[in-house]
Design a binder for this molecule. Structure first.
Ligand code: IMP
Ligand code: MG
Length: 332
């Protein structure tokens, strides 16, 4: 899989961090490019330690992977430097010189704007930072002295790498239903979150992509306001073991059963070629820790077969527990 795009199917928090960390350990990709901004937290469990990454690509777990932040991304300087330290990736991480900068004033704008509060923004200021970029008054990574050691041309690095047969993961953030263009507007984030947009933010043309891997969770969750078909009460969510709080903001996540119509639409519009399904053990507890498909209870297998039938793509990775390696890998 020389060039793989990872995209979330729902409202974020599908478990992209887990899937990317697994692929990093298993496939040892040469490059991983993160897109989006600090509002998205990707959770990675490694050797019993939990990382909630807002800036550093989730493939950091493979120590030879070159980590990059694309030109379309918005960089929170303090968070970036803090995470570089925590993950010890100083010598192998780069930021595109044209990535824009998200500042404290943007966060204040997010928090003081009643309309944005109504949407339930994460409060990091990503929307206001993007507004500033569109106005063409934004600071870019190349304007920040502390970022000098990290500056690079990400698009050029990645395309040269692909020319030389290297493998690349393009790390999407958030989920398709939060897309500014294709999601539940106005209850969306400030950018397009689709597979095409992930390529655009990284600077990779559509003909260079080999696989679009869409990440489903076995049930759906959403933080913030906006429609959610089949939403459960908090009590019901707790009873089913589906109640979660957000990795980034600590807010309650709303939850609902897996929705086939949403899944089909997401597969179609993202041009997904394969899927991952996380948290199978939250819906079918007997699946916990399984690493072979044969070990799964028959209801779990039926659920997987039904998703494959309805979406028309194979589920190649199945998450059965929190650790990066708690995965059933059905790839050849
Ligand atoms: P904003 O992107 O911070 O402006 O938030 C807009 C909406 O997207 C809110 O409903 C947020 O809860 C949601 N959102 C933004 N980023 C994420 C994420 O990474 N995971 C889940 N929800 C998110
Ligand atoms: Mg998240």
């Amino acid at each position: 899989m020389p060039c793989t795009v990872i995209v979330g199917a729902f409202w974020g928090d599908e478990g992209k961090g887990k899937i990317i960390s697994y692929l990093a350990l298993k496939d040892e990709p040469d490059f991983c490019v993160r897109t989006g901004s600090v509002n998205a937290a990707h959770t990675v469990w490694l050797e019993g330690k939990r990382y909630a990454l807002h800036m550093v690509p989730a493939a950091f777990v493979y120590d030879k992977c070159r980590l990059l932040i694309g030109a379309g991304a918005n960089v929170h300087v303090a968070k970036f430097l803090e995470e570089v330290e925590a993950t010890n990736v100083k010598n192998r991480i780069g930021i595109d010189q044209q990535a824009s900068i998200i500042e404290e004033k943007h966060s204040i704008q997010d928090k003081s704007n009643a309309h944005l509060k109504g949407i339930g923004t994460t409060g990091w200021g990503v929307g206001p930072a993007i507004e500033e970029r569109v106005r063409r008054t934004a600071k870019l990574a190349r304007d920040i002295p502390e970022l000098k050691p990290y500056l690079t041309d990400v698009a050029l690095e990645v395309n040269d790498a692909l020319d030389n047969g290297k493998s690349v993961i393009l790390e999407g953030t958030q989920g398709f239903m939060l897309s500014l263009f294709h999601g539940t507007y106005p209850y969306v984030t400030g950018r397009d979150t689709s597979a095409s947009a992930i390529c655009s933010e990284a600077g990779v043309g559509p003909t260079r992509v080999d696989e679009v891997l869409i990440v489903f969770k076995s049930f759906m969750t959403r933080v913030g306001a906006g429609p959610m078909p089949g939403e459960l009460t908090k009590e019901e969510a707790i009873k089913r073991g589906w109640f979660e709080t957000a990795a980034g903001t600590g807010r309650d996540r709303r939850s609902a059963p897996f929705n086939f119509e949403i899944a089909k639409r997401a597969v179609k519009i993202n041009g997904a070629t394969q899927a991952a399904l996380t948290k199978l053990d939250s819906v079918f507890p007997q699946s916990r820790g399984a690493r072979n498909y044969e070990e799964l209870p028959s209801e779990a297998k039926q659920f997987i077969t039904e998703i494959e039938k309805q979406t028309g793509i194979p589920i190649v990775l199945i998450g059965t527990g929190p650790e990066a390696l708690d995965i059933i890998d059905r790839r050849k």
